[in-house]
Each structure stands twice: as C-alpha cells, then as structure tokens.
Design a protein around this ligand. Structure first.
Ligand code: SAM
Length: 277
C-alpha cells in the first residue's frame, strides 16, 4: 500500500519526501559528527534502504569471492547511484586499480564526485542523461546507449540493482555493451529478479513482493511506474545473455521471492557473466 502511494508521486516529489522524513536524523548525525563523511546523509540515499556501508561491503565480498577480484583491477560500476559500491571499493583497490561509474541521476553523481573522487582520484563518475521513470521525468532512451568507454577496457563490471529497474530492450543493449567494454576473460556481476518455476511457486505463497503485471517475457510490479521493479523470465534473460556472447558462470538465487535468506547470498538473484577469451 505504502509502496503504491510512493510510486504515485512524481520522481522529484519522491526525492523530497525522503529528504524531509530523514532530515531530523541527518541534522543530528551531522551536528554530532556521527556520520562517516564518505557516507551520504540518509535523506539523499535514493538507491534503497538498509545499512549503506555494510551492504556495499557485502556485495564487494561476493565480487571478490566469485570473480577473483584483484586490487589492481579496472572496474566499471553501471548505475553507480550515490556511491554504495564505490565507497566499499575505496578500501580495496590500490593505485594501479581504477573505478569508473556512471548513472542517470545527477545528484548522486555530483555527490560521488565531491566526496569520493576528491579523496580518491582513481575513482571517476559520469552523469548520463537517460530516461528512467522511477528516477526522473526526462532523458534519452537507454535502448540505443553506447557506453562512453573503449572496448576491452575493464576487468570487472558491477550492475547492482540496476537491471531490476530497466526494461528488456534496455537490458539487451547494456549486455551487448558489457561484452564490448569487458576484457577477454573479464567478468561481470549483475543482479536481477529471475522468474522460473521455483521463484514463481514461492512468490505465490509470499505475496508481499510480487510482479502482478505480466508482459510475456518480463513482469512489472507497477504498470504506472514501469521501472519500479522489473522481473525477467529466465529463458528470455539467458537467451539475450547468449546473444550478447556472454557466458553465465554462476547463478546464485536470491530470497526476494521467499527463499530462506540463510540459503542465499543476497535479496536479489546474482548472475556472474564471463567474456570468453
Ligand atoms: C537501486 S539503485 C542501485 C544503485 C547502485 N548500483 C547501488 O547498488 O547502490 C539503481 C540505480 O540505477 C540507476 N539507473 C537507472 N537506469 C539506468 C540506466 N539506464 N543506466 C545507468 N544507470 C541507471 C539509477 O539512477 C540508480 O542509481
């Protein structure tokens, strides 16, 4: 109910609701010096709830464990938000390593440039004006977007909770771009909501997080705000991954649909892709 009400608001109003709700706590934390300066005030974190630092560290641990991440690697973070993954990586990458992030929300990119790049010059962020009806009201289509990087440029790519807010043609284009900018042998960790017999049966029992709007090979949580949450049919998703020439190295199902959290690495499903050498 609350979620529906929230989606009813235009993106700019959603931003201000969050800012106002957290304002007293943000003022308190700022005055008392309790907030790590690399962590944004809560009211500015438009990328989801939970502990900002712990969640970033947890995902970077998965990246290390499942892809042999090295401190010297060149990393691309697609949908870098307000720096959750970047902050966690600042403690890991060395001066040979580098981080590039891009996002469609200008406020997030500016915050990262001011608070992260100023301290870690090998961490760079770009704003790209693309449309996404969850986060903004205008911008170019992501369906034709070419990443502003050269081919074979990155060792590892992160796409955390981004394809869960993008439509099929956009995701298809991004997978092709991931292949282009990844080095041969490079790997990508991306999260999804994947619909298959198992997740659909579990969702039937746990109606609190579900996708009632069926569009064939994908389903939406809200038809009003299409990018609010997007789930993909497994066969369709795996077919576009294959078309992009990427191989699936691991599939770690998440607990979003009602699986036991103890059996899962994360709330969302995690796929690790590899670009064959
Ligand atoms: C739930 S947030 C996750 C942010 C970040 N990856 C993290 O884990 O903290 C989703 C992010 O995807 C970004 N986004 C949405 N559409 C995008 C697109 N077409 N290209 C790049 N980023 C996009 C949003 O602006 C938002 O920052």
């Amino acid at each position: 109910m609350l979620r529906k009400l929230y989606y009813f608001l235009p993106p700019v109003a959603r931003f201000w609701v969050r800012r106002l709700v957290y304002l007293p706590l943000d003022i308190f934390e700022s005055l008392s010096g309790k907030r790590n300066p690399m962590v944004p005030p809560r009211g500015l974190i438009f990328t989801g709830s939970g502990d900002f630092e712990k969640q970033g560290q947890k995902m970077i641990r998965h990246l290390k464990d499942s892809t042999d991440l090295l401190p010297s690697h060149k990393i691309l973070d697609i949908g870098s938000g307000i720096g959750r993954m970047a902050v966690a990586l600042t403690g890991f990458l060395n001066s040979e390593g580098s981080y590039e992030g891009f996002d469609v929300v200008k406020k997030g990119v500016k915050w990262c440039q001011k608070n992260i790049s100023s301290r870690y010059p090998n961490f760079q962020f770009q704003y790209i004006d693309l449309d996404n009806d969850l986060y903004k009201s205008s911008g170019a289509s992501a369906e034709q977007f070419t990443f502003p990087y050269q081919e074979d440029q990155f060792d590892r790519i992160l796409v955390i909770s981004v394809f869960t807010h993008m439509l099929p043609k956009e995701v298809h284009q991004y997978l092709k771009e991931i292949y282009r900018v990844l080095q041969p042998g490079g790997q990508c960790l991306a999260t999804f909501f994947i619909l298959n017999n198992d997740s659909e049966a579990l969702m039937e029992k746990n109606k609190h997080f579900h996708f009632p709007h069926d569009h064939g090979h994908y389903s939406l949580m809200s038809d009003r705000v299409k990018s609010a949450n997007v789930a993909f049919e497994e066969d369709y998703l795996f077919s576009i991954v294959k078309e992009a020439n990427l191989e699936i190295k691991h599939f770690f199902p998440g607990h979003w649909c009602g699986r036991n959290p103890k059996d899962c690495k994360d709330f969302q499903d995690i796929l690790i892709f590899i670009k064959g050498s």
